[in-house]
Design a protein around this ligand. Sequence first.
Ligand code: NPG
Length: 369
Amino acid sequence: MKIVEYELRRIHLPLVRPFRTSFGSQSDREVLIVKVTTEDAVIGWAECVAMSSPLYSPEYISGCLETMREFLIPALNRATDVSARTVSELLKPYLGAQMAKAALETAILDAELKIAGISLATYLGANKSKVPCGVSVGIAPSIEALVDEVTSYVEAGYKRIKLKIEPGWDIEPVRKIRALFPDKPLQVDANQAYSRSDSKHLKQLDEFNLLLIEQPLDEHDILGHAQLARIMTTPVCLDESIISLSSAQDALELEATSVINIKPGRVGGYLESVKIHNYCLERSIPVWCGGMLETGIGRAANLALAALPGFTLPGDTSASSRFFKQDITTPFEMVDGYLDVPNGVGIGVVPDMEFLNSITRSVEIISNK
Ligand code: NPG
C-alpha cells in the first residue's frame, strides 16, 4: 500500500468537568488526530493519545508532531510499500515515541482494513460484541463532591469504578465509597504518586476489597512494585511501567504486577497490545483496556481491543459523555453498563467533519507524491 498524504491535526475539546489526577488537573483535552490517504484515496483515521504536556508520559503533542514530521513519516515515505504490520519495524530505529508510532500504525491499519472490508475488532480477534464499562473518577474537591460524582456514575450503570488517589486523598475517600457501595467492583490509581516508604500506608487499602491498585510507584521502580506486591493482598497493576511486550514479560516474571492495564498508545499500537494480551491470556493474567480521554476515534479502536477474550476486567471504556458534551464521531452511548463494539470496516467510525473543523487549531499536511 502507498500512503500519499499524512494530515496532522490539533484539536481542542472542553471536558464536561475538570479531571484531576496526582499529576495535574485538566479542563480541556487537546488531541492530535492523524489522517492518512492511500493512493486509491482510501482514508484512515487515528488519534495520538499524548497529552499537551509530558506529565503522564515523556511524550506530548508538540513533541509527537515533530517526531512524526521529522523522523517517522519520512521513514515510512522511504519504504516502497507500507502496511500496518511493517510500521513498527520501519520505525524501530527511532527510540521510544510509542504514542506517535501507535497513531501512525493505527491510521494505516484503519485504511488497510477498509480496503480489506473487515472491522478492527474482527482483525484483532475479538469474541464479544459489547464490553462492560468502567469509569475513572478524578480527585474531587471534597468527599461530598466525590460521593455525588460516583453516585451519578453508579446510577448511570457503570460496572466498575476507579478512583484516582494521591497522598492525602486515599484511605478516607476509598473507605467512604466502599461503605456506600459495598458490592461495586472498585479499584484505585495513583499514577506513580507514592514511594517505597509508603508501603505500610498503602497496605491499609487491603481492607476495602479492591480489584487492584494501579501504578502506585515510579514507572521505573519495578523492584519497589514487586516488594509492595509481596506485602499487599490487593493485586498490584502496572500502567505507566508497561511500554512493550518485553516490559510486560519482565514485570510479570519479577512479580511486580499481577494484572496489566493495556493502553495501545503507551505500548506502541494495537498490534503490540494484542501480543501483550496473548502472552497474558496464555498465563491466565487478567488484562483490561486503559483510557486516555480519547475522542470517538480512539474510543472506537479501544473498544475493539477490549472485546478480545483476555480482557476479563472492565476497562476505562466509558461513554463519550463521560468526558465530552459533543464527540467528534457519533457518540458512544452506554446501554445497561455496556458499550457496543463497532462492527463497521476499520475502526468503524469517521469524524463529523463540520464539528472537527470547528474545533481545529492547526492542520499540517505531509505529502508523499
Ligand atoms: O477513561 O479515558 C479515560 C481516562 C482514564 O484515568 C484515566 N486515564 O492514568 O490511566 C490514567 C488516566 C490518564 C488520563 C492518563 C489522561 C493520562 C492522561
